[in-house]
Design a protein. Sequence first.
Lengths: 290, 331
Amino acid sequence: MDPKTAMYVAQGIHGLAYGMILFLVASGLNIIFGMMGILNLAHASFFMLSAYFCYQFISMTGNFWVALLLAPVATALFGILLERFLLRKIHALGHMGELIITVGVSLVILAGVKIFWGTESLPLKIPPVLTGLVSIAGLDYPVYRLFIIALSLVVLAIMALLLYKTRLGKIVRAAVSDADMVNALGVNMPLVFMFVFGVGTWLAGVAGVAIAPILLVFPGLADQIGMDAFVVVVTGGFGSLSGAFIVSIIFGLLSSYGVQFLSQLAPLLMFLFMAIVLAIKPTGFFGERE
Amino acid sequence: MTNRVLKWILWIVLFAVLAAYPKLFGIYYTNLFVTFAVFAIFSVSFNVLLGYTGLLSFGHAMYFGAGGYGTALALKHIQGLPLLPAVLIGLVSAVVLALILCPLVVRVSGTAFAMLHLAFGQLMHMLAYKLRGITGGEDGIGGFPIPAFSIPGVVSVDMKAPENFYYFAVIILGISLWIMWYFTKTPFGQIQVGVRDNAMRIDYLGFKVPQTKAVVYVVAGAFAGVAGSIYALFQNLISSGALDIFTSFTPITMTMVGGIGSFFGPVFGAAIIQIIEELSTRFTEQVELVVGLILILVILFAPMGFVGLVWSLRQKWSARSVPAASLGKAS
């Protein structure tokens, strides 16, 4: 296999893996916004928190798989607490208040993480099964990236089943178009909101655990991906999961090939793309509402 | 004693305190006040957009940065440029940026407006960060000459002395606040509020909504530019950090804490945030924790900010049924 094709394929895998992670974070953000109209600016902080939980569970049990299961659930519990005890109380005040309170929560999470785990970068050990390269059809693929892609696809499948095959999914989809009406029909909407917020933060949590072994675990973990996920949601259109998926993959590939060919200007590409899309269609690719 | 006399006494006391401030509190607090003045101008210019016209911007740092870079680049490359033209260049560069963007952004409002600004703000930040040849990237432009404030043949004041710079900043703060306050009191300012409350009705009344928004937008950008310009002069440095998302969030926080429904709310907000940051750095290293908790508490217990809290207290004391102050419709 000539090295050029190998390079293209390797960058493609990196891009896909990052795109999938991005999609996990962005879909959580999107599902919360689509249903509740809340732009959760603390979303990326939950992502970071989950990476720390993962570190904690691994150092306690020594098992990556246990951490992969438990850390997102613990993160989701924090998300549910935020919804139940803060966001629900101020819902009547409108979106400005919700926006600011999530900024406050993200600051508190950042400070809390620094107090409990310090500011150094913490390394994570992953099981040997997931390290190294695997050779398929004469090309070497890094196993962990493939694992990330597979994990994201599994989560995506679970989400799709939940949304389109269950009664709860039906309620959620109805609530996205008109939450008040669903409430009037006798569904306990506050409970559904709480559940959806939990699922949204759980998705961020899964992404946090998945990315922790690649990047080290440190307090600034949230900065990059938080901004990127935000850009994805805005460009894809608020409340649109398919939009978020397509744009995530585009951005993942854009960033990995961009680094390859225009290393200096790669981060610009994404924002330029967003600015152009929004200038033409202010609601984003697939967004219908403002 | 009539209200009028009381008002004059209050003004005189205010001026006396401001004049004696550097002597009373020393150089450290003098510099702190200059920072406050910068962020007060910045936040009030932001609130002209949000509080009066209902446009929430996530990228107001663009104009702050444009002002700062305009002044810094002008002073670096033009030999012997006087002080006021340098500030004016900062203002003009922010205005030019606002004029370029406004045909695009006045078409939208609400979340789309906020998001569009997030996009452009991040684009500007990335440009400033990457174009090292012009902006110096993360290290920024520093060490440019700070000219003296001079009227030829009359007076020349050295601006490198912190005390003199303090007076300069206070005067700029006063002028900026007065102009913006006056701006919101004109009939045009009333149309602005109308656009916030019911844009369609204003349109039917025969006023031009996009053009109104454009004028407000340019004015808000111009004063953010002034704030950035003073900031660059004060620090003798401007870097890409001045354009980042945290700089954009600063005026939002200050406006929320101070009170979104009033003109002077953001000024109080800037003062309160400044004092809190100052006190918390003294007692604890966890400044983020303190600021975060305060944001949460403000939203939970005083959603109209400091000014709203004062209003409701006054209402309780006077125990009359005054019609509730109109809440910010921007939310």
